[in-house]
Every structure is written in C-alpha cells, then in structure tokens.
Design a protein around this ligand. Structure first.
Ligand code: HEM
Length: 423
C-alpha cells in the first residue's frame, strides 16, 4: 500500500536531508514545491524534534521560528495558551501576507477571554447535532455538483467537484448568494496559498493591494444589508454580536466572516482531494469502501491524519520556557507542524501508509486546547457525503494524470486531481 506522494522525495527535499540540521530552514519555498516535505519532517522528528529555523528564504524580514514536530510536543503547546499565545500571528509569517492587526481581529488570532466569548457565539450552531440537521442539504449540494458533470468521462476533482461543493456549503451558512461562490473561492485560494503561482497568479503583493480591499468591499455590502435585514445566517450573528455590551468593530466583523469562509472553503476541499487521491492510488482501500460504504467515516479520519489540511498553525512564547530540551525565549515563534505530528512514528505504525482500518486519533483539527477547530462536525459530515456520493456514482473512478500539489506551507492541498470517472 505504498503511497507515491508520501514515499517520493523531491530533489529539493533531498537537499534538506543532507543539509546540517542547524542550517535547515523548514519553511523555505524550495522544500514545499511538491507539497509538504514529509521526509524532512521525519528527519527532524528523529534528530531534532524541536528545531530552530533562522529565517524564511522568501520573507527575509520575518523572524526565525521553532518547529514543533512530535505529537506530544504539539499537544503541550496547543493546550497551554498562557505560555503559547495566539495573539501575535497565527502562521509562520507575522505580517508578510496578512497584516498582524487583521489576524488579531479573528478569534483564531486571540487569547481568552475575548477568544472564548466570540467563539461561544458560534459553538451552538456547530454541534454535531445541529450540523447533522444539514445532512440533507449538503447531500443535495453534492449531488447537484456531480449531476453537473453530466456525461463527462474525465474531470478534475479539485475544481469540478470539491471547490463548488465546499464553497456552496459554507456560503449557505454565511448567507452568501450562489453567484458569488466562485469569487469568494478565488479570494480564499489566493490568500491561503499565496506563494503558489497557479492559485495566486498575482503573487503575495497583490493580496494587500487587491484582495483584501475586495474582501472588505464585498463584506461591507453584506454587513450593511444584515444590519437592516437580520437573517439566521452566520453573518447576521457577527453583525449583531455583543461582547461585554459592545458591538464588534467593522474590521472584526469582516475578519470574523473571513475566518469562517476561509476555514470552510479550503480545508475540507483539501482533505477530500488528498483522501480521494490516496484511495485512487490504493485501489484495495477504495474497493473496501465501494463494497462497504459504512467504512467511509474511517477513510475520512485516515485522510485527516495523513493529509492534515493545515500544515501548521503558530503560537508565540509569552515567557522564557523549555520544550523538548530546547530553551525557548519570550517573543519567539513556535510553529506546530501537524503534517509532522500526524505521522509521528511513536504513535503510528507505518505512518506513511494510508490504512483506513487504522482508526487512530490525530491532530488535523488541532491538538485540543482553546483553538480546537470549530468546524469538525461540519467538515466530517461534508467529507463523508462527498466520498460516499463520489464512489456511489463512480465506483470505477481512476487517476487520469499526475496530481499536482500546491506550493504552500499553510494549506496542505492539491491544486489538480485529474480523474477518469468511468473505467
Ligand atoms: C478538513 C477540514 C478542517 C480542518 C483539517 C480544520 C483544521 C483546523 C485546525 C487545525 C484549527 C486549529 C488551529 C489552532 O490550533 O490554532 C482549526 C480552527 C478553526 N476551524 Fe477548522 N478545520 C477544518 C474545517 C473547518 C470548517 C468546515 C470550518 C467551518 C466554519 C472551520 C472553522 C474553524 C474555526 C472558526 C477555527 C478557529 C477556532 C478557534 O480559534 O477557536 N474549520 N481548524
């Protein structure tokens, strides 16, 4: 059951395997051209599980950072928000793509108590029970998109199936009209995969110049409308939210909206596509699901483990501390690499093998703590329905060309997954 993507070692990655460990800079673009550098992380886990990168090749004015690579250490960081704050930037970059003040306006970029109060506004709507009420609607969206493929023999699962389904689902929660789905998806893709020339042809510079103003403009229209005509969508929740008797600032509403749309758009798409790829490359696993669709939830969990949609999230040390034998100083960035911790060999046997009978816990949704993913129930439901409906309609689906990974250190995703729908 070897998996080509994970077994492959790119040329750049091979360089990473020879470079002295102290000189390695984990977030350098060179290592990420073909997706996450799993072999590099394997080396870090064995030689230097908490590792310092001096800088980031493509962003020379960003500070260096600690890489946390084992499941136990990621767990420690994730649970201790007092020592490891979310309030100073949430990715390895502090300001180069999204200015710090915009990150701090989302509750993912806040610490308690404000974080907890804002998150609580949404939690009621995201419980497994409330989300289960949407099953019929999500299935209808999925079937509608698959119907749209008509008699086609081939398609790209990323752009023809995953993107339209996940966009419609999250946008229906937010109250975004269907005709705007593609525009929002484009904005999210370019910001979340800022370094990939296909997903963000204008390069990172255009994000502040073009994309952020467009997001604010589009969002302000929605906000104005919901102020006058409240509905039961999540945009209305943000617009009318009160924290300690005070309404949110406009930029906090826009960024709250951005957080939900971004999290909902790219992550589920990424996991569905990586999971489908694993099934297509491991036909015995796919056949198990075709024969027994009740196993789909197990395949979903294994896809989440092997291909966590977010390669990392970051914290910042609020005091001098120690982790994995390394002295971490106040103010230093601490990056939790889920693409590494989910393959930690002390937790998983044959960690690079896709095995849907594994039924193992993982950290794709975070490792517990205050920022644990709000959307787990929604993501799991969407993923189950997407895989069920795809395999039900196309049991003989097969790869039809080389899948292409996006070049990004943040959302661990494919940008192309060409398939032949019928044998
Ligand atoms: C496969 C799908 C998904 C994955 C792998 C995923 C993963 C994650 C991870 C790792 C975090 C934690 C970040 C941290 O510890 O700093 C997170 C947070 C979050 N996710 Fe998800 N997510 C997924 C889908 C969704 C969906 C569909 C939504 C829908 C709204 C969502 C909303 C959120 C929000 C709002 C947060 C911030 C929570 C907080 O700061 O307290 N996610 N997600």
């Amino acid at each position: 059951m070897a998996n080509e993507q994970t077994a492959a070692t790119t040329a750049a990655e091979a360089g990473a395997l020879d470079t002295p460990i102290d000189e390695l800079r984990v977030a350098d673009d060179d290592y990420w051209q073909d997706g996450a550098p799993y072999e590099l992380f394997k080396r870090l886990r064995s030689e230097c599980p908490v590792h310092w990168s001096d800088s980031i090749q493509q962003y020379p004015d960003e500070d260096g950072f600690w890489s946390v690579t084992t499941a136990d250490d990621v767990h420690t960081v994730s649970r201790d928000w007092r020592t490891y704050s979310s309030g100073y930037g949430i990715t390895a970059l502090t300001h180069s793509i999204l200015p710090l003040e915009l990150q701090q306006a989302m509750f993912i970029g806040m610490d308690p108590p404000k974080h907890d109060r804002l998150k609580a506004l949404f939690q009621r709507g995201f419980t497994p029970k409330r989300i289960a009420d949407h099953e019929e609607a999500i299935r209808a969206i999925t079937i509608d998109v698959l119907d749209g493929l008509g008699d086609r023999e081939t398609c790209d699962l990323v752009t023809d199936v995953a993107q339209p389904v996940v966009s419609r689902v999250i946008h229906s929660f937010m109250g975004v009209p269907a005709e705007d789905d593609a525009d929002w998806a484009r904005l999210m893709n370019s910001i979340l995969a800022a370094n990939d020339p296909d997903l963000n042809p204008g390069g990172p510079e255009q994000i502040m110049e073009r994309d952020i103003p467009e997001i604010f403009e589009r969002c302000n229209e929605l906000i104005t409308d919901r102020r006058e005509n409240p509905t039961d969508d999540l945009t209305s929740v943000l617009v009318h939210a009160e924290i300690d008797g005070e309404r949110l600032e406009d930029h906090e509403i826009v960024m709250g909206f951005f957080l939900l749309v971004a999290a909902g758009n790219d992550s589920t798409k990424a996991t569905y596509c990586s999971g489908m790829r694993a099934l297509l490359e491991n036909p015995d696993q796919k056949q198990m699901l075709v024969d027994d669709p009740a196993l789909v939830p197990d395949a979903v969990e294994e896809a989440l483990r092997m291909y966590p949609a977010f390669a990392h999230f970051r914290r910042t040390a609020t005091e001098d501390t120690e982790l994995g034998g390394q002295a971490i100083r106040e103010g230093e960035k601490v990056v939790m690499w889920y693409v590494s911790s989910n393959r930690d060999e002390t937790r998983y046997e044959d960690a690079d093998t896709f095995d849907l009978t594994r039924r193992a816990e993982h950290q794709a949704f975070g490792a517990g703590g205050r920022h644990f993913c709000l959307g787990t129930a929604l993501a799991r439901l969407e993923l189950r329905i997407l895989i069920e409906e795809t395999l039900k309609r196309y049991p003989g689906i097969a790869l039809d060309g080389r899948p292409q990974a996006a070049a990004t250190q943040f959302v661990n995703q494919l940008k192309s997954l060409p398939v032949r729908l019928r044998p």
